[in-house]
Design a protein around this ligand. Sequence first.
Ligand code: FE2
Ligand code: FE2
Length: 329
Amino acid sequence: MMKVLVAESNEQNRNQLVQYLEDEQIHVLTANDGQEALEVWSNEYPKIIIMDVDSPDINGYSLIEEIRRRELDHTYIIVTTSDEDVILGRSFDVGADDFLSVPIRKTELIYRIKASEKVLSNQENQTVIYALAQLTETRDVETGKHLERIGLYAKVIATELNENPQYGSLISSQFIHHLSLSAVLHDIGKVGIEDAILRKTGIYTQEERKIMQAHTIIGANTIDKVADKYPFMGFLKMASEIARYHHEKWDGSGYPEGLIGEAIPLSARIVALADVFDALITERYYKPKYSFEESKKIILESSGSHFDPIIVEAFLKQEEAFKEIAAIE
Ligand SMILES: [Fe+2]
Ligand SMILES: [Fe+2]
């Protein structure tokens, strides 16, 4: 059950908050002053705190600062306010997430709680995704901020494609959000490839190449298992597509299935360009670092063969953004 800590010095407000929250089957903890609030928080670890900041008993600003300093995972802090701009401004400066007007209205309170749950669960998802992606990086030879840059490139392309008459209708803000989250998982299947092959610096035998190429299928199948269990995590479907198809080529010469053109999911077509561009512009054990102009030239030459021409166009329009992202190391 969700726990909410109410640290409110005004008795009437406090009682009202407790009652409204308990009506919603929420487990409510209370504290009368800042010291007690900090103790309850560090023992019980409620994910949400509702508190007033302007009473001397609570000493809210330093309480927020102290929590931000100590927390390992984000605690969502809602401050109650009778609408004084100064109080709100300072609260947000020290780390409050949201506010609630006094006198307390039940509907407003409930919607604030709902909004906070969304933010908290998004943060949890992102933590898990990055942990998984990080795992790939520990085994992979592609180090540095490759994964972070891939997410950013993909987002830039999708945002640009949103303006394109042909692709705009396929892209929504949710698509862009899911894409930037799931692009970082594209190579997660490499965790399942043995070191002797993954880290081999010479030329692959045909057999080894086949095993290496299986990282697409291993990754997608792993994500599919999670997606079956957690169907409400919408981005996993896209993450699976990207893992499976990011090595497909527009002309059908890619792997694992040799899909052609628009049969390749749009998300995977976008990540394909992002992934190759980043490999070109950074140093890899098998190649030196290419300049932006050289990398761009190779991408342009591969338009219509490796890459979807419309995605290459979007890349061209956003080349300045690509340059900036490439500088993140
Ligand atoms: Fe890959
Ligand atoms: Fe990659």
